[in-house]
Design a protein around this ligand. Structure first.
Ligand code: FAD
Length: 472
């Protein structure tokens, strides 16, 4: 598919539409050529335009549409699937300066903000008002719009669901520049097709989200975490549904195996979790977080949860209930990706999601691949969601060799995930690196349906070409 490059005339019009914030040639930072996983390639855009308002985004889209130049929306570039990488060149619309938090409306439990607001800022603004913005993906310097566009999950998805579940309404600029308002700030809505939900998780291929109204919730008065070490993965994962069935309503239920914990501890240069309990080797851990809304709940929760873990095979239960202890316990889980990126020259990952009852089988299958292929495989999981992050990691290997070995491993992992009735990605999305996998799972008819939806929103196929539902 051939696309135009911006002409001199178009560039002049762009500069007039967004004065002082159109970047060309050497003024374009290298950051804009890739996302967090640069294994998805480096591609130089023809221009980067840093917008501050919906009207500016609309003006840029109108020009791109007229001159038939690709448009790539970009938040903070922390994506892991190549979604914001300008693989066909064109104009990157940088939304990071659209970072205003307009209002926290306590009567309607809504936060209204521009799409470029950082999650960290959104969460802090809510906390300042005694409220909680529940979605909590690992990367706090991602944008709200990026989180909605990828339907980001994170650790609190276990209790609160993913980002999509917290969106009420949004302003969207369509590829031809039209400005639309999807959804409404109401608590129930059955009013035609949900175009708002179509935008959630569409990875910048259907429209550019510029303003968001998100639901918020009361902040808990405190949190308590438990670390439950187990000898093996099966016993560890079998405990997940027991915790849910007991109605303990954990906010987060995370899995790590010993091998991964050991390498994160090496990266942090400190030992945090026990590796042996009464002489028994620990093989896997569940790290569980509970919210409390009054002090009276604490003793009951401590007793019930500890009893449940031990009855279901935990070797011990460690309780973390002070801010310092909590921070320390979650540091290991929170540093998992950072440790991988620091310790290995080449890494790639997938985040297959399966029904919780099949999670242990998937994890053991992936672990076994490590011995079979010699590639280091790091596993962390949002166990409460059946979502495991499988990172393949190597040092001292050429890019070509690594790609070949990744293909071999991913072929097997995705086939296993499909056999276990799972989905291609729990939260990291499809971008430009999992399109074939998506077709393997969904089949051609569903891919064709997605392309038809894409064409209805973007008849010239200019918005983020070659992502999610078709390759170029
Ligand atoms: C350390 C680390 C931890 C992470 N942890 C998690 C996690 O726990 N859960 C999780 O789900 N993800 C996680 N991620 C992945 C990443 O942070 C999320 O995908 C995030 O939502 C991307 O937001 P962003 O602003 O960086 O978007 P970008 O990377 O800039 O873009 C991502 C996609 O969204 C599109 N897009 C961005 N903004 C808009 C917009 N306003 N309108 C339309 N399309 C848009 C882009 O075109 C692209 O396709 C993690 C990443 C890192 C580096």
């Amino acid at each position: 598919m051939g696309f135009n490059k911006p002409t001199e005339e178009m560039l002049e019009k762009l500069k007039a539409a967004v004065p002082g914030r159109v970047y060309l040639g050497e003024d374009i930072s290298e950051d804009f050529t890739h996302d967090e996983y640069d294994v998805h390639g480096h591609f130089m855009p023809d221009a980067v335009v840093s917008c501050k308002t919906t009207e500016e985004v609309s003006a840029v889209c109108k020009l791109c549409y007229e001159y038939e130049v690709p448009i790539v929306p970009r938040g903070a570039g922390t994506g892991l699937s190549g979604g914001c990488v300008p693989t066909s060149g064109g104009v990157v619309i940088d939304l990071q300066k659209m970072n205003q938090i307009h209002e926290i409306d306590l009567d309607n439990l809504v936060i209204r903000a521009q799409a470029g607001a950082l999650i960290d800022d959104v969460q802090k603004a809510c906390q300042d008002k005694g409220m909680l913005y529940p979605p909590d993906p690992g990367e706090k310097f991602a944008t709200l719009g990026g989180n909605v566009a990828t339907n980001a999950g994170g650790m609190r998805a276990c209790k609160y669901g993913c980002t999509r579940d917290w969106v009420l309404a949004m302003t969207v600029v369509m590829p031809n520049g039209d400005i639309m308002r999807f959804g409404a700030e109401v608590s129930k809505n059955c009013s035609g097709y949900s175009l708002m939900n179509l935008m959630c998780g569409s990875e910048g291929t259907l429209g550019i989200i510029t303003e968001l109204s998100m639901r918020i919730a009361p902040n808990p008065t405190g949190t308590i975490s438990f670390l439950a070490p187990f000898t093996d993965v099966e016993t560890c994962i079998a405990c997940v549904s027991k915790v849910k069935l007991a109605n303990l309503n954990p906010q987060a239920l995370e899995f790590m195996d010993r091998e991964n914990v050991a390498s994160v501890e090496k990266f942090l240069d400190k030992k945090v979790y026990p590796d042996k309990i009464d002489g028994e080797e620990v093989g896997a851990y569940l790290l569980v977080n509970f919210e409390v809304f009054s002090d009276d709940e604490i003793d009951d929760l401590l007793e019930k949860a500890a009893e449940l873990f031990v009855e279901n095979g935990a070797l011990d239960v460690m309780v973390y209930d002070t801010p310092a202890a909590l921070a320390n316990a979650w540091l290991v889980r929170g540093s998992a990706l950072e440790a991988i990126l620091e310790q290995f020259e080449l890494t790639d990952e997938c985040d297959v999601v399966v029904p919780i009852s099949h999670l242990a089988e998937l994890i053991n299958y992936c672990s076994a691949l490590q011995e079979e292929t010699g590639v280091a495989i790091r596993l962390t999981g949002h166990a409460g969601d059946g979502n495991v992050h499988v990172s393949l990691c190597v040092n001292d290997m050429s890019q070509e060799e690594f790609e070949a070995i990744c293909k071999e491993c991913f072929d097997k992992i995705y086939a296993k995930g499909k056999e276990l009735e799972g989905a291609v990605s729990g939260e990291h999305g499809i971008g430009n690196c999992r399109i074939d996998r998506l077709e393997e799972y969904l089949g051609k008819e569903q891919m064709d349906l997605m392309v038809a939806i894409k064409k209805a929103c973007d008849p010239k196929m200019l918005l983020n070409p070659g992502k999610v539902c078709y390759s170029l």
